[in-house]
Design a protein around this ligand. Structure first.
Ligand SMILES: Nc1nc(=O)c2ncn([C@@H]3O[C@@H]4COP(=O)(O)O[C@H]5[C@@H](O)[C@H](n6cnc7c(N)ncnc76)O[C@@H]5COP(=O)(O)O[C@@H]3[C@@H]4O)c2[nH]1
Lengths: 188, 188
């Protein structure tokens, strides 16, 4: 089951390593920058999980009300022979309908890009229907792992995006910003 | 099948992106540094694939004749909302029994660390026997993908390490350097 492995890979190869350091990274960022992430309950990595598995590389391409602000200080770790491998997270300003920004640390769940690309490559043997199932399995598996993880407790927020089966053409152009703002409000 | 997804993820999320840029990265490195990677046939990413899936984070811990030399210039790509995500490869000096160094770009296949960690975590449902099967499936799947990949042609070299079932305690302390040197000789 492809998604089972991708969820474990996302946890052991990334979230388990970086989430414990996220608080320090934000505090370090606030030393030289205005305390832009004001609510400590929002000092989490917001992980976007689109059911379509369709993931743009720039959040602005999904919704122009989500605007890159800055990167947090890098986390550097020796990994599997790569010396000083770099891990970083991006801070975004998310605007409401009045143009008021709220800032947060957010990114897409990168492993879903693998599912999307596999469904496009006939050699991979993953149909569109399979892909949908695998996204649900990914979410299910990841939630179970994270709930049992001491390292990750309170440091993440999964934002599942019900963005239709495939193309986002039918969606509200401000769907992403509204979904993120909803979640930020719940945190405060 | 966990390994099937990990192989596709390693390809679509890493090798397909970085291997096309490897030649330029090495040329750029040679501008300011002695042309340390002299044989163009060795301008490949040497990917270490241990059958045990046991992967140290520093190659020196596996074999003191494999010594970090320098990192190649970074490759920077916007990925899934992370602005300027950094990818890099490390150059190592690999010594023979006379202490003569040959340099190459080498690292372990990171997804195998996920398999190893899954086999250690009872929640993941992967036994030691399963793990062995999954490593073989990973190699098989990855080889098939890479052979059909235009982007990766001639830019990689898989080095399968038959390092026993689990602990490397029984091995020659210079097993890794010898295996890498054998492969480098074949390339020249
Ligand atoms: N050697 C090496 N150097 C790299 O820079 C690198 N980047 C990815 N990979 C491996 O390629 C495959 C695809 O990567 P993807 O980004 O889709 O998933 C990644 C991604 O979702 C997340 N992740 C890892 N590193 C980062 C990072 N720096 N920023 C954001 N997410 C990351 O966690 C997953 C597992 O990572 P790894 O377990 O390190 O192995 C990956 C994976 O097997 C790398 N391998």
């Amino acid at each position: 089951n492809v998604a089972h492995g991708l969820a474990w890979s996302f946890y052991t190869g990334y979230l388990k390593l970086v989430l414990p350091k996220l608080g320090d990274s934000i505090e370090q960022y606030h030393v030289k920058n205005v305390s832009i992430l004001r609510h400590r309950d929002s000092w989490r990595l917001h992980i976007l999980v689109p059911l379509s598995a369709f993931i743009p590389d720039k959040l602005e391409d999904a919704d122009q009300r989500v605007q890159f602000h800055d990167n947090l200080p890098e986390i550097v770790i020796d990994r599997a022979g790569v010396r000083k491998r770099v891990y970083k997270h991006s801070v975004y300003a998310v605007l409401d309908h009045q143009g008021q920004p709220q800032h947060c640390v957010v990114e897409y769940a990168t492993p879903l890009q693998t599912l999307y690309q596999m469904s496009q490559d006939s050699d991979a043997g993953l149909s569109m229907e399979d892909r949908r199932q695998q996204v649900l399995l990914f979410i299910h598996t990841l939630q179970a792992i994270l709930e049992n993880s001491v390292e990750c407790r309170n440091r993440y927020q999964l934002i599942v995006l019900d963005d239709g089966c495939d193309q986002e053409a039918e969606l509200d152009p401000y769907f992403l910003s509204k979904e993120i703002l909803k979640k930020l409000q719940q945190e405060e």
